[in-house]
Write a protein that binds this ligand. Structure first.
Ligand code: SAM
Length: 241
């Protein structure tokens, strides 16, 4: 069920166009979901990777005790994030890097939590991207998603299918049933759904937490030391700061 239906170049182009007005258009509407995702991530805390960090709109809302790394495929979105980090002196942001969610340049188990807010429906292959999130999450850690989840049936589903071609040009896919996430987790050893609940507005968005089992890790959960995230050679090539 992997989709090759949304391509990276179109998405990067779309978010280059969104960058100057993104916070104005999506700042308010996505705010409750963002806050819910941050609260969920902070239950574990520590070293947190935000994938698709965009303009960095969520970064000031994390407690300063967390160490943050943000990555995004869109350089213009990330430029805004850099400005925000400098303006607000967010010293707990260790790195911002242009990077593809599907090929993260970090070692296995580098993060306590991976957060992706309104991102999983914007990547060409959501399942491969989730595999990558799971790889860089430590055993005992969590993946926290907040996203629009497509309707399974009815009028909303019909609308989402009708709207899909236009939405792709704007940079996302509106038809994304929870079934895809369920199928992914079922075939992913050591992962489970910890929580799934709706978040405002409109009941079209959900917070979903996946837990990564720590039973397989030999001598207990691997907790990477807090501090600067390990950025691999690939991450450096992609411009990790
Ligand atoms: C809808 S925006 C969400 C931004 C931010 N997380 C928020 O809550 O407002 C989706 C973000 O995902 C980024 N993105 C899309 N595809 C990506 C990919 N393959 N790798 C990394 N980031 C990606 C986009 O550039 C954009 O910044």
């Amino acid at each position: 069920m992997s989709g090759g239906d949304l391509d990276r170049a179109t998405v990067a182009k779309a978010y280059a166009r969104w960058a100057p007005v993104y916070d104005l258009v999506f700042g308010g509407v996505f705010e409750r979901g963002r806050k819910a995702a941050i609260a969920a991530a902070e239950r574990i805390g520590g070293r947190i990777l935000e994938v698709g960090v965009g303009t960095g709109i969520s970064l000031p809302d994390y407690a300063r005790s967390n160490r943050l790394v943000g990555v995004d495929i869109s350089e213009p979105m990330l430029r805004k994030a850099h400005e925000r980090v400098a303006d607000l002196e967010l010293t707990n942001v260790d790195a911002l890097a242009v990077m593809d969610a599907e090929r993260l340049g970090f070692a296995d188990g580098s993060f306590d939590v991976v957060v992706a807010q309104y991102v999983i429906t914007t990547v060409p292959d959501p399942e491969a991207t989730l595999d990558e999130f799971a790889r860089v999450t430590r055993c005992g850690g969590e993946i926290v998603l907040v996203n629009h989840i497509g309707a399974e049936t009815g009028l909303r589903r019909a609308f989402e299918e009708w709207f899909a071609p236009m939405a792709r040009r704007l940079g996302w896919r509106p038809e994304f049933p929870f079934e895809r996430l369920r199928a992914w987790v079922e075939r992913s050893p050591g992962l489970c759904v910890v929580e799934r609940r709706p978040v405002p507005p409109l009941g079209h968005f959900s917070l979903i937490r996946f837990g990564k089992d720590d039973r397989d890790s030999g001598d207990g959960p691997r907790r990477p030391e807090h501090g600067r995230a390990q950025v691999s050679q690939e991450g450096r090539r992609h411009g990790a700061a």
